[in-house]
Design a binder for this molecule. Structure first.
Ligand code: GLN
Length: 205
């Protein structure tokens, strides 16, 4: 059965996520009020936008704590840009340090090509026996570049326990995974590459 993905639709770039999820065979529903959280869904997408506005609306609408709890309990989540900031700074379910607008306001938006870490190598990194191996196997990169669109993007400055970088730009992680949470500083909904979505959908049991 195709998964149903809830997209937080209070503010920001949620339509593009819905369209992409539908193109990948998912049903997309919108989270606009607390009652929407009662519907049945298999994962959640937190879109880009303005994280402070989104957090305030979540609190005002009584959605903040129920959503935070679902994610903390293991609901697969994909956070992009402001969604990354929500996970890291507001819900605090994602142990990474982020700095808002850190790619420079003057830059505003820019496009770049990052490196995708081969899933298989990421899998290896998860095995405890491999944690002492710094031979470079773990950090092997797939040859495929991944297109990245940044819009007043947060910078991921430090990774906490059990956080794996998925995509890097000049050696800096710009997408990470922690258990069932995937978060990106860029906007995967604006480029044709589906790998981040596929990985997210792969987290759904
Ligand atoms: N600058 C925004 C924030 O701080 C994030 C930008 C985005 O989501 N494109 O929340």
């Amino acid at each position: 059965m195709s998964p149903t993905i809830a997209v937080l639709a209070l503010q920001g770039a949620f339509i593009e996520h819905e369209q992409r999820l539908q193109s990948l065979g998912c049903a997309a529903i919108e989270l606009r009020q607390a009652a929407d959280l009662e519907r049945s869904f298999d994962g959640v997408v937190l879109p880009g936008g303005e994280s402070t506005v989104q957090a305030k609306l979540l609190h005002d609408l009584g959605m903040f704590e129920p959503l935070r709890q679902r994610i903390a309990e293991g609901l697969p989540a994909l956070g992009t840009c402001a969604g990354l900031i929500l996970l890291a700074d507001h819900f605090r379910t994602l142990p990474v340090t982020v700095r808002r607008n850190a790619y420079g306001r003057q830059l505003g938006s820019f496009h770049a090509e990052g490196r995708w870490k081969e899933e298989q190598e990421v899998e290896k990194a998860r095995e405890p026996a491999d944690t002492t191996d710094d031979s470079g196997t773990r950090t092997a990169l797939a040859p495929d570049p991944i297109p990245l669109t940044f819009i007043r993007a947060p910078r991921i400055e430090a990774l906490g326990l059990d956080v794996e970088p998925l995509v890097t730009l000049s050696g800096t992680p710009v997408a990470v995974r922690h258990r069932k949470q995937i978060a990106a500083a860029f906007h995967p909904e604006l480029d044709p590459d589906n790998r981040l979505y596929e990985m997210f959908l792969g987290l759904i049991a």
